[in-house]
Write a protein that binds this ligand. Structure first.
Ligand code: ACO
Length: 328
């Protein structure tokens, strides 16, 4: 196997419409105080009725390509992580391949819930190490507002839309880049977070629509506990394998699901809060886009610099969880 991959460029795109806590208080029985105290969220973004996942994925990808100094026709593969693709098939990755003008390269979507981008980056690394691809475009994109039940206050306040992208290629010095990854799943807990209808188990009927079964269903407090233990586990595995300590990590980029979850994992690792990146107040939970957007913003803010050690960690539907240890 050849050298590991490194990040050559990042990008992101969120829609313009801002959904505030005040607005949500007008459609369900909730309040700014409840949402901020329980989740840390203040705003999230929502796409217009004419937009689909690829409409956010394409500009995020173009920004990452520009930053990397790579032309779309140099890409060897495109992987899109999403549970809200433009259509169930063909894959949104194929739509992106066409719209950015890439060659007829492999392009496919993967479904690993909010951990999707972590799974996709680990796959990209394997293709790069084997020499099957040189430059891989990885995108996490999610339009969760499209599968939100707007009458369920326990979920509709949590989610937003967005896309984050990375262009990865072979590490230039063999030391910078992906130092390791950890991926895991537990299908026994699958129905704690899922969309009941729309697949082969329960195809669309008038009844499934009337019962709101084409929207996200979540047992929030069960997921909460699992989120803290699984994200902590991924951190521990990666830190121990690299023979580091939690204090050796410059920045923790966790899936932005709930501020209290991020703070709990940070406390269990005994790291200071300023090492835990937070942008949940601006975007809410954007699922597979979440850590990709966070890494892009952390780089823009100068919180990830050359030499930084960064842990990108997520959990989500599946259940799935996992992480990547980067050296920038
Ligand atoms: N406004 C006001 N009250 C509310 C709201 C709301 N928006 N939502 C729920 N409540 C009420 C409940 O009805 C309940 O009332 P009751 O005590 O009268 O029955 C009370 O608040 C407490 O409800 P809990 O569900 O116990 O509240 P909790 O503190 O657990 O917070 C939350 C709920 C925010 C969903 C939390 O459990 C959480 O963040 N869980 C993790 C979710 C998550 O991380 N998902 C990530 C994976 S999903 C993905 O990434 C796509």
């Amino acid at each position: 196997m050849g050298t590991t991959c490194e990040v050559l460029g990042t990008g992101m795109r969120v829609p313009e419409e801002i959904i505030t806590n005040e607005y949500l208080s007008t459609i369900v029985e909730t309040s700014d105080d409840w949402i901020v105290t329980r989740t840390g969220m203040k705003e999230r973004r929502r796409v217009g009725s004419d937009q689909a996942a690829s409409d956010l994925a394409v500009p995020a990808a173009q920004q990452a390509l520009d930053q990397a100094g790579i032309n779309a026709n140099q890409l060897g593969m495109i992987i899109v992580a999403t549970v809200t693709p433009d259509t169930l098939f063909p894959a949104t990755a194929c739509v992106v391949q066409d719209r950015i003008g890439a060659k007829q390269i492999p392009a496919f979507d993967i479904s690993a819930g909010c951990t999707g981008a972590i799974y996709a980056l680990a796959m990209a690394d394997q293709f790069i190490r084997s020499g099957a691809a040189q430059y891989v475009l990885v995108i996490g994109v999610e339009l969760l507002t499209r599968i939100t039940n707007w009458s369920d206050r326990s979920t509709c306040v949590l989610f937003g839309d967005g896309a984050g992208a990375m262009v990865v290629g072979p590490s230039r010095d063999g030391e910078t880049g992906m130092l390791g990854f950890h991926l895991a799943s537990d299908g026994a807990k699958g129905t704690t977070l899922y969309m009941p209808a729309g697949g082969s188990r329960l195809p669309a009927t008038c009844e499934t629509v009337e019962k709101n079964l084409h929207t996200l269903f979540m047992r929030g407090n069960e997921i909460y506990k699992t989120a803290v233990t699984t994200m902590y586990e991924s951190c521990r595995v990666l830190i121990d394998r690299a023979k580091l300590t939690p204090q050796d990590i410059d920045l923790y980029v966790f899936h932005q699901a709930n501020l209290r979850i991020l703070e709990s994992v940070g406390r269990r690792l005994e790291v200071s809060p300023d090492r835990v990146f937070v942008n949940i107040h601006k975007y809410g939970n954007t699922s597979s886009a979440s850590t990709m957007m966070a890494i892009h913003e952390a780089r823009e803010e100068g919180r990830i610099r050359s030499g930084s050690r960064v842990l990108q960690v997520a959990f989500g539907a599946g259940l799935t969880w996992g992480g990547i240890l980067w050296k920038w």
